[in-house]
Write a protein that binds this ligand. Sequence first.
Ligand code: ZN
Ligand code: ZN
Length: 134
Amino acid sequence: MNIVQCTFCKKPFASLGGRACPACLEQIDKDFITVRDYIYEHKHSNIDIIARETEVSKQIIMHLLKEGRLIIDSPDGDGLLVCEMCKKPINTGRLCKDCMGKVASSMDKNVTDNKKPEPKPEEPNIKGSAKIGN
Ligand SMILES: [Zn+2]
Ligand SMILES: [Zn+2]
């Protein structure tokens, strides 16, 4: 277990791998529902309006978008998020569909590439010991 600083409230806490402390995680879950409901009713909103209307911090909204829990319903995601590989605007997650496809197929490829060739059965050393016939 590591002591890390919470990304949101900056307090140190014992992390099991996450970057947010338990109190913030709980808050994020509540905020998620608030923002999700807001987006559901106000489809073509942008993050400034969402943050103002829901009183949820932009940082948390961005976090939820990057985690893919929220999707901003506009074709280019208001330019808030860009694909981490090709920098194309996306509206949720970290990668665009194209790059996700590429990553998925390169992972498949790596799996096959890394497959070790079947070990050849040891050639029996027949030199000098082979008897033909009897
Ligand atoms: Zn926190
Ligand atoms: Zn991409």
